[in-house]
Design a protein around this ligand. Structure first.
Ligand code: NAD
Length: 475
């Protein structure tokens, strides 16, 4: 029997209960819990405690910080089954995928913890008697805003990056999928993170972000979510001269060339598209398929998609759960209806399953015209769009035609094509012959409207530091 925790805020070293709003299971709309909403006094307490937490954490040696972070990761590993229960109940993804998400959070924490020990500066050669020393210092208190699609791994990106760099963080996690973040914070608290170094809030998102971001003690804003909200928060951060990490939407192109194993590429595409019901900012979405292999690729992907079993994420046979909320169902219905009205063909899915909850099947559309709404708006759901192209130049032009630039993918075995794709695709992460956009040690983030700053890799940690140059004239 899957269990769901009693949700609490974590402020100034205390777990606090507050009235709030119901949390729904997207499988059947049932209520699984109640998310507490922070009061203004909670926000003020969190800000005051963060100042103390920042001081204590910065003075904790990198080795000790790493030990606490590794201990938190170990607790998450031990609790992964219970964490996966919560995530499946609040967000819908299959239990096995939820568990993989929890383990991925551990990988991120462990890698960041190790890398935090290597925040080296440098010494710049100078004339005799002069020393120029470049120090990398923690930037200070971070305000982090995490979304609902990865309830534990998305907040982990922010928490692990901030803590590894020596920063305190106030995390405002998703109100729709709050338990993942609570498990994360609980593991750190149990592992011994000092009071105020990591705090957890939920509430009305705009009220919390508009209150926290202008505060003088908050030094960095990190947000994962939609482009419109990201632009609003980035503008607010800019108004108060705060740097920001913006990990926003994507609309990933997949360029399929004629020199590959078509069936294998179609199979992996259907599988990866089904993960998290397509609600992934790096989900493969616009498939630009060379004319020579188009028909075979489309047919194979349609067949693979039809075989994806959709249902209750707690059933081990389920391959794809519901989408996370009714907004996503409505978006799928609107985008599919629009594409079909413009001539797209439905190769798989295309209609909601049942009339309760948020089950929407893996849907593959072919002959999707460039002006279909789905080709421009991020579907953020189980929708794969196939379009025929006649050259690599044409595919790259179409891939680059949107304001998004997060992940991009290609299938080819030609070295010159790999070179051209690497050179010309406007994305932050390009994966060739596979569909994994990032791992803990690689920098992840976008260009254009997909945002700026990086999460993961040494570039990610650098975003949580500031550079200080110290010049010292001896004698
Ligand atoms: P939305 O634009 O209403 O919200 C996006 C996220 O921002 C949510 O987590 C929400 O709680 C948060 N948010 C909204 N207003 C905020 C504010 N003023 N201050 C702080 N946080 C705020 O969209 P939605 O319906 O929740 O999600 C759908 C869209 O969001 C998708 O189309 C997708 O583009 C984007 N999204 C992207 C990611 C990602 O990983 N980059 C994750 C989740 C959602």
């Amino acid at each position: 029997m899957a269990t769901y925790p009693t949700l609490k805020l974590h402020v100034a070293g205390e777990w606090r209960s507050r009235p709030g709003a119901p949390v729904h299971n997207p499988l059947d709309d049932s209520v699984v819990g109640e998310v507490p909403h922070a009061t203004k006094a909670d926000l003020d307490d969190a800000l005051a405690a963060a100042v103390e937490g920042q001081r204590a954490w910065r003075r904790t040696s990198p080795v000790k910080r790493q030990a606490i972070m590794r201990a938190a990761a170990q607790l998450i590993r031990e609790r992964a089954d219970a964490i996966a229960d919560s995530i499946t109940l609040e967000q819908g993804k299959p239990h096995a995928q939820a568990k993989i998400e929890a383990i991925r959070a551990c990988d991120i924490i462990e890698w960041d913890a190790e890398e935090g020990r290597r925040a080296y500066g440098r010494v710049i050669p100078a004339e005799p008697g002069m020393r120029h020393i470049v120090l990398r210092e923690p930037i200070g208190i971070v305000a982090g805003f995490a979304p609902w699609n990865f309830p534990i791994s998305s907040p982990t990106r922010k928490v692990a990056g901030a803590l590894a760099a020596g920063c305190a963080i106030i995390l405002k996690a998703s109100e729709e999928t709050p338990a993942g973040a609570m498990h994360l914070v609980e593991a750190f608290v149990d592992a011994g993170v000092p009071k105020g170094a990591l705090q957890l809030l939920y509430g009305v998102p705009s009220e919390i972000s508009e209150y926290l971001i202008p505060q003088a003690t908050v030094r960095l804003v990190t947000f994962t979510g939609s482009v419109p909200v990201g632009k609003r928060l980035a503008a607010l951060a800019g108004q108060y001269m705060k740097p920001a990490i913006m990990e926003l939407g994507g609309h990933a192109p997949v360029i399929v060339c004629d020199d590959i194993d078509v069936d294998a590429a179609a199979a992996v595409s259907a599988t990866v598209k089904s993960r998290n019901a397509g609600q992934v900012c790096v989900a493969p979405t616009r498939f630009f398929v060379d004319d020579a292999v188009h028909d075979r690729f489309a047919a194979a992907m349609g067949e693979k998609a039809k075989a994806v079993k959709i249902g209750n994420g707690l059933d081990p046979a389920t391959m794809m759960g519901p989408v996370a909320n009714h907004r996503r169902v409505e978006a799928m219905e609107r985008l599919v209806a629009d594409a079909v009205s413009r001539g797209a063909r439905v190769l798989a899915g295309g209609e909601r399953v049942g009339n309760q909850g948020c089950l929407y099947p893996l849907t593959v559309l072919a002959d999707v015209p460039d002006d279909a709404l789905a080709m421009q708006e991020e579907p953020f759901g189980p929708l794969a769009l196939i379009s025929r192209t006649r050259s690599l130049d044409e595919a790259i032009t179409k891939a680059n035609s949107l304001p998004f630039g997060l992940a991009g993918y290609a299938f080819t075995n030609s070295a010159p094509r790999v070179e051209q794709l690497s050179d010309q695709l406007e994305v932050g992460n390009l994966s060739i012959n596979h569909l994994v956009a990032s791992i803990a040690e690689t920098p992840f983030g976008g260009v254009k409207d997909s945002g700026y700053g990086r999460e993961g890799g040494s570039e990610g940690l650098a975003c949580y530091t500031v550079t200080k140059n110290v010049s010292h004239l001896v004698g």
